[in-house]
Design a protein around this ligand. Structure first.
Ligand SMILES: Nc1ncnc2c1ncn2[C@@H]1O[C@H](COP(=O)(O)OP(=O)(O)OP(=O)(O)O)[C@@H](O)[C@H]1O
Length: 438
């Protein structure tokens, strides 16, 4: 997307250009001063909270809503000057509301996609038939082509409407929540199909609620809230904890998705601030080495109270505990865990809302783990935070390997962050459950 909308003369205008768009319903201004431009062969995701104006923007792009102010151009032509069938030959859309007023057959609905290509007295020809068959195949609806549209499920109906849009063979596709009623398999298949269409040169704009699917499949995102674009650009740039807090009033953890440029958004309950009647959750960590240290830091970052132990002095987890202001329960490096230390750790663990066990606990720590009910224990396995960083001290390497695994030095830091996000999300759920007595 290109936010520079001031070029007067262009050789190749963008597929869609919106300038200073304002749309109101009576006294309610739904879009205010929206400008954006979408290049050909780009998949733009519109994200934002309910009521932000995504559907309104899509309706304005295809000319079914006239703006109070501003213009929409399709390939350089003002949409307000194009006839309905001229728009229909350029833009196909799949609406969010998938109910149809009459009972048509599935195949008939797909055939409707050809309407803008037919003159009043034309009947469907062989080119039309090919477009219809291709569209039904690509969306996997051929097998229920004979059925009435009323008899298919909501997700199947959504795919039939996508088939209708594909049969229309337009260069621009507008999708309003294309995966809203789809199971995860069909959601992913639909978005893979959209990617193929974009690779073929189509321009797609889709309102998508699922931020992670949007980040994974869209080239660019525009974050709408209260009728304005709050951020626009590549997903990593748009989806940050701060933009999401502003737009959704929600607390999120945004990390890197391993092996891709896409971010991963984890919604976190509450606003991160302790409620007046509630102390921050307390999490006790049993484990050693850099993996346990990563967990301790993530817990503290979430505003939880952390306690750690029993842990050998000099271990990376002990250092992390000190860093975050949690007094670790220590034994000297290279020594056995004694009863006194284990007793102190059991006391801390008993007070905690949850216990995180990183790796296999050392023999002396088993009584600490077993003193906490299983419903309050979260075991972070070897794979979860593996390969974060090398142990920071000799002691960590020597006494830290209580689970018998070897640390992998210096790789996959992003994977570790993702997994820390997962640990936090699971802890939140567990603590919510135990605090509410469920
Ligand atoms: N025809 C209409 N008449 C009056 N108000 C409308 C109309 N259409 C939409 N609105 C209002 O405009 C605002 C934006 O609606 P819109 O459907 O564009 O939001 P959205 O971002 O698509 O929301 P959602 O994510 O819930 O689908 C909402 O407050 C909605 O109630």
């Amino acid at each position: 997307m290109d936010s520079d909308v001031d070029d007067a003369v262009e050789d190749s205008p963008p597929a869609i250009r919106v300038r200073d768009l304002t749309v109101s319903f009576g006294d309610l201004t739904v879009l205010s001063g929206v400008s954006l431009s979408v290049d050909r062969g780009t998949f733009l995701g519109l994200v934002g909270p309910n009521g932000a104006g995504k559907t309104t923007l899509l309706r304005t792009l295809r000319g079914t809503l006239a703006p109070d102010r501003g213009t929409v151009t399709l390939g350089g032509d003002d949409v307000a000057t194009l006839s309905a069938s001229a728009i229909g030959r350029r833009v196909a859309s799949v609406p969010q509301e998938t109910s149809l007023p009459f009972s048509f057959g599935v195949e008939q609905v797909v055939e409707m996609g050809r309407t803008p290509h037919l003159s009043r007295f034309d009947s469907i020809g062989s080119d039309d038939r090919e477009a219809i068959e291709r569209a039904m195949d690509r969306t996997d609806v051929s097998r229920f082509r004979e059925r009435s549209i009323e008899s298919v499920s909501g997700g199947e109906r959504q795919r039939v409407l996508l088939a209708r849009a594909l049969a229309q063979e337009t260069s621009v596709l507008l999708l309003d929540e294309p995966t809203g009623s789809l199971d995860i398999n069909h959601a992913v298949r639909t978005l893979e199909l959209v990617r193929e269409l974009v690779a073929d040169g189509k321009t797609v704009v889709a309102a998508i609620h699922d931020l992670n699917l949007a980040a994974r499949y869209c080239d660019e995102l525009a974050l709408l809230s209260d009728g304005s674009i709050r951020a626009a650009g590549p997903p990593r740039q748009v989806l940050t904890a701060s933009t999401l807090r502003d737009a959704f009033d929600a607390r999120t953890l945004v990390t890197d998705r391993p092996g891709t440029a896409a971010p991963l958004v984890t919604a976190l309950p509450d606003d991160g601030e302790p409620r007046e009647d509630e102390t921050p959750p307390h999490v006790h960590v049993v484990g050693t080495g850099s993996r346990a240290a990563t967990v301790v830091r993530a817990i503290a970052r979430e505003g939880f109270e952390a306690s750690v132990g029993v842990v050998p002095a000099g271990d990376a987890a002990a250092e992390a505990a000190r860093e975050v202001g949690a007094d670790p329960i220590l034994v000297p490096a290279f020594s056995e865990i004694n009863d006194e230390a284990a007793g102190a750790a059991r006391d801390r663990a008993a007070e905690a809302d949850a216990l995180v066990v990183v790796g296999l606990p050392a023999t002396g720590n088993r009584s600490v783990v077993e003193s906490v009910p299983e419903t309050k224990r979260l075991v972070v396995g070897r794979s979860a935070v593996e390969g974060v960083e090398a142990p920071t001290t000799e002691a960590a390497a020597e006494t830290g390997g209580t689970d018998g695994t070897t640390e992998t030095a210096g790789t996959a830091g992003t994977a570790a962050l993702d997994d820390a996000a997962d640990v936090i999300a699971r802890l939140e759920t567990m603590i919510d459950r135990t605090r509410s007595g469920r």
